[in-house]
Design a protein around this ligand. Sequence first.
Ligand code: FES
Ligand SMILES: [Fe+2]
Length: 378
Amino acid sequence: MNNSLKTPKKSLPFNWYYDEKTYQSEITKIFNKEWIYICHVDSIKPMHYRTLKIDNKSIVLIKNNEKKISVFFNTCMHRGSQIFQEEEGKMHSPVIICPYHQWSYKSSNGELLNTTSINYEKFSKKEYGLKNVNYHIWNGLIFINLGKNKNFSKKSVFQYYDDTFEKLNLNQFVTGHIWKKKVQCNWKIYWENYSECLHCPNIHPELSDLVPLYQRRLVDIKDHPEWNILKDKYSNPKFQGGLKDGSQTWSFDGNAQGHLLESVKEELESKGQIYISTWPSMFLGVYGDHVRVVRLIPTGPEEVELTAEWLFQKNTLNDPNYQKSNVIDFGILVMNQDADIAEINQKGLYNLGSEQGVLMPEEYIIYEFQKYIKKRLI
Ligand code: FES
Ligand SMILES: [Fe+2]
């Protein structure tokens, strides 16, 4: 068995990548319904908040002094003012105060503490607490669901999952760096680019040197129809998978500086990297000495915001000799290369309206992705 598509498949119509109506239905039918990734538990410090905007909706996530998380719609229940205006900030007390008429709420559960009005006898504070947003913390990763879906199941949330991941306890990891970038392309363009490696040798020369399989424009050795014959014939990582000889992690020099993730060391030696992903908002890679999580949130039909978090074991970051820029800047290089080509992809879409391109054998993940989109929109 191999992964490749056996016949060419039509790609999505070009105008689905800029049409305002398509975008609005993606917001309503996908982003407002699916589990959306927010951040790793360590990316938010105690007594701090984070807001997240998905189209015209805004939510706020608060971590209290006991490291407990609460998530609310960012709306005051008096007359609907937005409460938090910034993307993140410090809480000066465990009380949330609306900037308009200063109603106050308890940050741990949203309970209305006080209004600023003369008391009504019949007014019941209980009815006017902040509205909770469903959230779920899975392996240190915080997800929300704006819809009614209260069940988080690994099977339905992650389209791509690797059991090796069970051996990692991301709860114990710490955030070493956060990087944000707005890319001028439809959110699906960035996902589709992430889902294939046909572009790897020319767009990512440094990465393709590190991961020899990528020089063959493949994501997985099983993407080639004769992968098992080739695997028996050649011992080179080009056909076996894994990093080039002597390399341990995704970094400029391939060196993990003595900080390998021990629990998944063997798997990483043979595979080079391990991926899991959840549409529409997150992909995650496990590398020799770190984990990189990338969140994608559209900010319009032709713009997507990327937020990348680098997670490390505590002792790695505590080691004064560990140069984290070796992995961080390498990840940024690769993501910028992808961003640049994704913007070029976007620019070409407008000429041909509803015409469709084609998916080639190696683009089987894009085929699944487009099936997922169509199933929800049509
Ligand atoms: S709208 Fe928030 S206190 Fe009036
Ligand atoms: Fe890429």
